[in-house]
Design a protein around this ligand. Structure first.
Ligand SMILES: [Fe+2]
Ligand SMILES: [Fe+2]
Length: 483
């Protein structure tokens, strides 16, 4: 049994990485800290900074009992640097160095590649906080407001986690990258975030739940792939982040699920049998299922772009180097080097979408994307379609084809419908709003966004959760607004 790892909660930065014994690093982090707080005040949640929020804080790195709940003002949240416990004798699980002891220091030849991967991951963390910064003003309940803030403080902690790696292992360029993570802004014309989906707006709560369902799930896949890394500090960091990520996904799954539940209940009560009878459904103050489908189409397709191009030599290099593995690499039964292996990839060939077997090494992005799609599809069934079926409606939310509405990769060149049929440009324009939200859809959703701040009360368009956070009762005051 490895010993429990003590987390030092005394200093400015709670940690289990021995900051006190590394004064140079501690100084670097402490000098980055005020800039981070400035960023949080400027682009973190708008308002509520003096409210008391019932938040979960990581206090240990053991899987059992790693977090505690309590009222916290967000700027006082303890953004710790926490790594999962080391696995004794851990070896590099894949690539050219498979079987060698995992690296505790950055291997010189892979330094640039590692720095880039950590920077890109790090950039997504503050980006999502920025995207969500105005949502607190229109939260449908105190329960949901608390969940939003929980996601926000944890994404900020993930930023800390990546900054730790940059500052500890990458010297001066690492420190510069850490500064740049605070300088870029989601959606900014001159200095945007690095990945396109993280520059999109999150204008309302349906978008927030869709984002945590689809885009945080991409985060989960990326973290899983990095948790396999031969660079052990990165692996341990990502393994700990995954504990927090599970809750973000829960918020998205259950959030959209609760919207669906409420819509179906309102349709039943009003005697509406046809989910496509949009005007009557909307008159009940709930979000019609076709609008939810179009929003899902939008967020799913935006998120697929995060997996990059169909054929990627960068992904092959990162795998060969032992830096970024596959989803659940250690549970796959093969040589973990992919010598001579192939993988089927959907490609655009002579104007058609067709399967092609390509070298597995060059298709690693697509393999991760396929794992993502399977994970998302099963969550759609379990959390969304089951709620619709329970209410007795013959309607299903479906994930669109991977060729639909893409801006990155081969399918960016075509206009495909959600079934994957290629449409002419005119037909696409004419039918676009069958597939994607229209301005009228968005305006309707926006019209529902009114804050509900009474404990235990919920907006008209969303059902209460099945259970409270930390087993709290339904009327629990998750956020004390005046603090
Ligand atoms: Fe994150
Ligand atoms: Fe997340």
């Amino acid at each position: 049994m490895p010993e429990a790892i003590a987390v030092d909660y005394d200093g400015l930065i709670p940690n289990n990485v021995g900051l006190n014994a590394d004064p140079r690093l501690r100084r670097a982090l402490e000098s980055w800290h005020p800039g981070c707080l400035d960023w949080w005040r400027e682009r973190g949640p708008e308002g509520f900074q003096s409210s008391l929020v019932y938040l979960r804080t990581a206090i240990s790195v053991e899987p059992e009992g790693w977090a505690k709940f309590g009222y916290v003002r967000m700027p006082d949240y303890r953004w710790g640097i926490l790594l999962a416990p080391p696995v004794e004798g851990r070896r590099i699980p894949f690539g050219e160095h498979r079987g060698e002891p995992a690296w505790q220091e950055v291997p010189g030849e892979y330094r640039a590649m590692l720095r880039r991967l950590i920077t890109v991951q790090g950039d997504t963390e503050p980006a999502s906080v920025e995207q969500q910064h105005a949502l607190g003003r229109t939260a449908p309940s105190l329960y949901d407001l608390r969940n939003l803030f929980q996601v926000n403080v944890e994404e900020a902690r993930h930023l800390w986690a990546m900054v730790y790696l940059l500052q500890k292992y990458f010297g001066r360029d690492g420190r510069e990258e850490a500064e740049d993570l605070l300088r870029r802004r989601s959606g900014d014309r001159d200095s945007p975030r690095l990945l396109s989906a993280f520059n999109e707006a999150t204008p309302d709560w349906l978008a927030f739940f869709m984002f945590t369902f689809f885009t945080d799930r991409d985060g989960k896949m990326q973290l899983h792939a990095l948790a396999q890394s031969g660079f052990d500090p990165l692996s341990r960091t990502c393994r700990f982040m995954l504990l927090e990520e599970a809750h973000h996904m829960f918020i998205g799954q259950s959030g959209v699920g609760r919207i669906i539940e409420r819509t179906c209940a309102a349709m039943r009560a009003a005697g509406i049998d046809d989910p496509h009878d949009i005007e009557r459904v909307r008159a009940e103050g709930v979000i019609d299922l076709p609008t939810i489908q179009r929003r899902a189409n939008l967020h799913f397709s935006l998120t697929l772009d995060l997996f990059g191009g169909e054929i990627s030599s960068n992904a092959a290099s990162a795998f060969n180097a032992g830096i970024k593995g596959r989803y659940l690499e250690d549970q796959i039964d093969d040589d973990h080097r992919l010598v001579g292996a192939t993988y089927p990839v959907l490609r655009l060939k002579d104007g058609h979408v067709a399967d092609e077997r390509v070298p597995a090494l060059s298709a690693l992005n697509m393999r991760l994307r396929d794992d993502y799609v399977a994970d998302a599809a099963s969550a759609v069934e379990r959390w969304w379609n089951r709620a619709i079926a329970r209410a007795g409606f013959a309607y299903k939310i479906r994930l669109p084809h991977v060729a639909f509405n893409r801006r990155i990769g081969e399918f960016a060149a075509i206009d495909a419908d959600p079934e994957g049929n290629i449409l002419g440009a005119d037909e696409w324009q004419r039918r676009r709003h069958e597939f994607l939200p229209s301005a009228a859809d968005d305006a309707f959703v926006a019209s529902l966004m009114r804050p509900v701040t009474e404990p235990g009360a919920f907006a008209s368009w969303i059902a209460p959760p099945a259970a409270g956070i930390d087993n709290k009762p339904g009327d629990f005051e998750y956020v004390k607004l005046q603090g």
